[in-house]
Design a protein around this ligand. Sequence first.
Ligand SMILES: CC(C)(COP(=O)(O)OP(=O)(O)OC[C@H]1O[C@@H](n2cnc3c(N)ncnc32)[C@H](O)[C@@H]1OP(=O)(O)O)[C@@H](O)C(=O)NCCC(=O)NCCS
Length: 163
Amino acid sequence: MTEMRVTHAVPADVPALAALEALCFPAAEAASEETLRGRVQAYGNHFYLLRDGETLVSFIDGLCTDRPDLTDDLFENPAAHSENGAWQMLFGVNTHPAWRGQGCASRLIRAMIADAKAQGRSGLVLTCKEALVGWYASFGFVSEGLSVSEHGGAVWYQMRLRF
Ligand SMILES: CC(C)(COP(=O)(O)OP(=O)(O)OC[C@H]1O[C@@H](n2cnc3c(N)ncnc32)[C@H](O)[C@@H]1OP(=O)(O)O)[C@@H](O)C(=O)NCCC(=O)NCCS
């Protein structure tokens, strides 16, 4: 295995991002290529990608905003990004099935947390299914109970890491 590299995203990464998203999420929850293109154009610097050689194996992304809660509209609206926003949202966490359980997603989440702290933000906010609440708690996220989100028709919990 070659050494893995963490980068931000540029438009040329969009097809690979969309392919990995489709591999990791059911169709109702996966961000489309069009949505990902809009996000990368607006805040490619808030994507964290991990590559093994040339292969994209994991990525996370999310916009920044002064709004405190992660509501469904933010997923689809890249224009809501505010570079100086108080909160770094964490939308999707995706690791290719063949690379899971090796710390890839953890490495990217820690990188996003470190940058958000260095950028002087208030913290990070995410929504997740109940099964992952304990995992995100291990990074310092605290559950705020059920989210207002109905993304993909699922039940989501909102979690916040406050600096
Ligand atoms: C969740 C996900 C991103 C983890 O990626 P990863 O690179 O394997 O994560 P790491 O190796 O850094 O951490 C693995 C740890 O995450 C936790 N974890 C992963 N999937 C989990 C699940 N479904 N339920 C509970 N814990 C889970 C475990 O503690 C695991 O540790 P282990 O390997 O010792 O069992 C990956 O499984 C994935 O892409 N899943 C599909 C998409 C998804 O559900 N994303 C999260 C919702 S936004």
